[in-house]
Design a protein around this ligand. Structure first.
Ligand code: GN1
Ligand code: MG
Length: 363
């Protein structure tokens, strides 16, 4: 791989690069913190095996920045791209890999876990505010950066193919257990996709990855300031953004806790997140979307569990792991979370009705 220091020096920072060190916990791209003068920047090498056409990410970010630039100040800070010295917005290294540089959001940090309902409400507010800000940006103005990103039936088909290809391979008891969990949860995986194909729910501009790591708080951990990691901003379903945010932020134990049986959806955090999201998106969600919130909350952890499990069976080719077996653990966490959502269906639907239903939001 190209030397990140040399790559950083090809951007128009206007100051000598002091240091470049690995940064963050992303599973897909390579991310570095660049120090130059008093300031900091975030340098990223886009994973070419995941994103087939990184130029599209940059084009989308330009459309998004222009759109947000026209809005009144929302208080939501997004990273700003720094141009390369040659005037383009990215750098290609000798191997053809694609790099870009962004401003670092100052005095901000990701939370390792959501501790309080007030923090969950802040997360809901930030996601809702992002959705509101892009609500009048037609989704067709954006390119697809990651084809099939949330096509759950396609992930299931691929999983089945991987299992079949494995043929007579003996699985560990844990893998067998995970396969059983997939079989138990696979009913209705096409519900959102079918509703989309039938035109019941429309595609909108989505963030694509509003997980806890991508929502930056102030240093005290009280106020959410920023939504980062905009690679997957593309046409999609708001429901999936909401489901993804909930699965990541309303599970107090996080993505890899090591004790899968104790994973659960915390209804207090969910209520707080949903209430604040509803406040921000008042009047923007269609009844068909509201009626499918429960499905989205169930489906996203199931889909991610399936993706982690498939990757484990394929030898960890997609998600970065720090040790073998990590994708399997993460798969079991997400599948357990999805199963807990099913157990809590009535309570979840009641909270959806309370916050998003006709009386809940005053419509
Ligand atoms: C990946 O890039 P990163 O680490 O923020 C993944 C998401 C998953 C997430 C789980 C492009 O996000 O879909 O929800 O891991 N991104 C892509 O942590 O596949
Ligand atoms: Mg991401």
């Amino acid at each position: 791989m190209a030397d990140p220091v040399q790559v950083a020096e090809r951007f128009a920072i206007g100051l000598p690069v002091a240091s470049v060190v690995p940064f963050g916990t992303g599973l897909i791209n390579d991310t570095y913190l660049v120090a130059a003068g008093e300031g900091g920047f975030v340098l990223q090498r886009i994973n070419p095996r995941v994103f087939p056409a990184p130029e599209r990410i940059m084009a989308n970010l330009a459309v998004l920045a222009r759109h947000l630039g026209r809005q009144a100040d929302s208080g939501l800070r997004l990273p700003v791209l720094i141009s390369a010295a040659d005037g383009t917005s990215w750098v290609r290294d000798a191997e053809g890999a694609f790099w870009r540089l962004m401003t670092l959001i100052p005095d901000a940090r990701a939370l390792p876990r959501v501790e309080t309902e007030a923090q969950a409400a802040e997360i809901g507010r930030v996601l809702g505010s992002f959705h509101r800000l892009v609500s009048d940006l037609p989704a067709q103005r954006l390119a697809i950066t990651l084809p099939g990103f949330h096509d759950t039936p396609a992930y299931l088909q691929r999983f089945t193919q991987v299992l079949q290809r494995g043929g007579g391979v003996c699985h560990t008891p844990e893998v067998r257990e995970a396969i059983r969990e997939v079989a138990a949860g696979r009913g209705g995986v096409d519900m959102l996709e079918v509703a989309r194909q039938q035109g019941l729910i429309v595609e909108r501009v989505t963030h694509g990855d509003p997980k806890l790591d991508n929502i930056l708080f102030d240093l005290a951990g009280c106020r959410a300031l920023s939504l980062v990691d905009l690679d997957t901003v593309q046409p999609g379903l708001w429901l999936l953004d909401l489901g993804d945010c909930v699965r990541s932020c309303c599970n107090r134990r996080g993505e890899a806790p090591g004790s899968e049986r104790a994973v659960e959806l915390d209804l207090g955090l969910f209520a707080a997140l949903l209430g604040a999201y509803a406040e921000e998106t008042r009047g923007l969600l269609a009844p068909a979307e509201i009626s499918l919130v429960y499905e989205a909350v169930r489906l996203v952890p199931f889909e991610l569990g399936l993706r982690f499990l498939t990757d484990h069976l394929e030898g960890d080719r997609y998600f970065r792991v720090s040790a073998p077996g990590e994708n399997l653990t993460k798969a079991r966490v997400q599948l357990a979370l999805s199963a807990d959502v099913v157990r809590k269906e009535r309570a979840i639907r009641a909270l959806v009705a309370e916050h998003l239903g006709p009386r809940g939001d005053g419509r």
